[in-house]
Design a protein around this ligand. Structure first.
Ligand SMILES: NC(=O)c1ccc[n+]([C@@H]2O[C@H](COP(=O)([O-])OP(=O)(O)OC[C@H]3O[C@@H](n4cnc5c(N)ncnc54)[C@H](O)[C@@H]3O)[C@@H](O)[C@H]2O)c1
Ligand SMILES: [Zn+2]
Length: 376
């Protein structure tokens, strides 16, 4: 794809957006950042890492005039801004993620803007549950586990056809898309809006379904998202990481610089246009092991706390099937989990005042019905 390399990065003060901004600038792009410095993520205001070579627009995605102003002279939009994590709000997710994205598209159409491509940050959270293997039926796509099942402390993913216990396998993009949490549902909205609208108006679009992304700059203030950051801040405060279910659930982790590179590849090639695309490591890591690795690396040996709590709608296993992005644009992650964790720990040690915000948040999540406890 030929373009003039003028990018708008929404959410460019955040974890992924800021690393993407740095990468684009290194690659010779002109970058404008639009970010409202969401207080939950940026308790101390504008972070020092917002690249001074980028134009910074402090404004809210949900404000039409702000979007209109931010869009001038842009040819590629990297839409990273979102309200994320397991929060009790409902309307705010829909307003920022779904409505914000819808309005961004409307402004492009109304003003007839010469946008050459939109890359939207989707998530593995669009899947209901990771793909699985049934001994009898082979590859199956299980639905979200019923709350009634989780209440009994049965964390297993059963075959949707015969009920047998399954084993997890990498989830391909063809897996059904659900939206089992409010956040997940609004990520489905975002990717569907962008992909279908792009086809209608003839603007190339790509929806990148990131796996759990972590790395330096991941908010140390936000107790609702970023399991690695949360475990680190707990341990550094002498507190145990809290593991939901039995801690044996698995996640696919991506180092933030790899995710930034995937965005660049999606912008520069047309092979992914019109598609939802998984970006991940292709490896599933049990959460309990991640907690242990962090505690080992920090030299703070506090056993994790496991007390049968669970979050309805949360998937048990998710490993991204990454054949599409590998075959189409040659994407391969460069930083593995352990190396990435090392880089995160190096960074967090440079941060003053690493506090525990989790304890208070955990209380709130229980009273608001986000976190439940198994009764048996
Ligand atoms: N980090 C992950 O594990 C992960 C995984 C899958 C998908 N994603 C998606 O990737 C994107 C970036 O996530 P991140 O991890 O960098 O999160 P982040 O919270 O670090 O960054 C998001 C940025 O968006 C900004 N923002 C929030 N609401 C806004 C609004 N109304 N107007 C303008 N700016 C606003 C925030 O201030 C923040 O700087 C999000 O769309 C997220 O849903 C993240
Ligand atoms: Zn079966």
């Amino acid at each position: 794809m030929k373009h003039d390399k003028r990018a708008l990065v929404t959410g460019g003060a955040g974890l992924i957006g800021s690393h993407l901004t740095d990468l684009l600038l290194r690659e010779g792009w002109t970058v404008r950042v639009l970010d409202n410095l969401e207080p939950q993520t940026h308790r101390l205001g504008k972070p020092a890492w917002v690249n001074a070579q980028a134009e910074f627009v402090h404004g809210d995605l949900t404000d039409r005039d702000t979007i209109r102003a931010a869009m001038g002279g842009i040819d590629v939009v990297f839409h990273e801004a979102a309200y994320g994590g397991y929060m009790p709000e409902i309307a705010k997710y829909v307003r920022v993620n779904s409505f914000g994205t819808a309005q961004l598209l409307e402004v492009i159409r109304e003003d007839n803007l010469p946008i050459r491509k939109i890359v939207v940050a989707s998530s593995q959270a669009v899947y209901s549950e990771g793909a699985a293997h049934c001994p009898k039926h082979g590859l199956v796509f299980p639905a979200v586990r019923p709350v009634e099942q989780l209440r009994t402390g049965d964390w297993t993913v059963h075959c949707p056809l015969c009920g047998a216990d399954t084993t997890p396998v990498p989830t391909p993009e063809e897996a059904p898309v659900g939206g089992e949490t409010v956040y997940g549902l609004t990520k489905v909205d975002q990717e569907k809006l962008v992909l279908l609208w792009g086809k209608q108006v003839g603007i190339p679009t790509v929806a990148l379904r990131y796996s759990c992304t972590f790395g330096p700059r991941q908010s140390i203030f936000n107790p609702y998202t970023g399991v690695i950051a949360i475990f680190c801040t707990r341990l550094l405060n002498g507190l145990p990481p809290v593991l939901y279910e039995d801690g044996e659930q698995t996640r696919d982790f991506s180092f933030v610089e790899d995710i930034a590179r995937a965005n660049l590849l999606a912008a520069e090639h047309d092979a992914l246009d019109g598609l939802p695309v998984n970006v991940g490591s292709g490896q599933g890591a049990p959460i309990r092991e991640v907690a242990e690795q962090i505690s080992e690396a920090l030299g703070i040996r506090i056993a994790p706390e496991i007390n049968g709590e669970f979050r309805p709608g949360e998937m048990r296993h998710l490993t991204s099937g990454t054949r599409r992005i590998r075959d189409a644009v040659g994407y391969a992650p460069q930083t593995d989990l352990l190396t990435g964790v090392g880089k995160y720990l190096e960074w967090i040690r440079t941060q003053a005042d690493v506090k525990d915000y989790f304890s208070e948040a955990a209380q709130l999540l229980k009273t608001k019905g986000i976190v439940h406890k198994a009764t048996r």
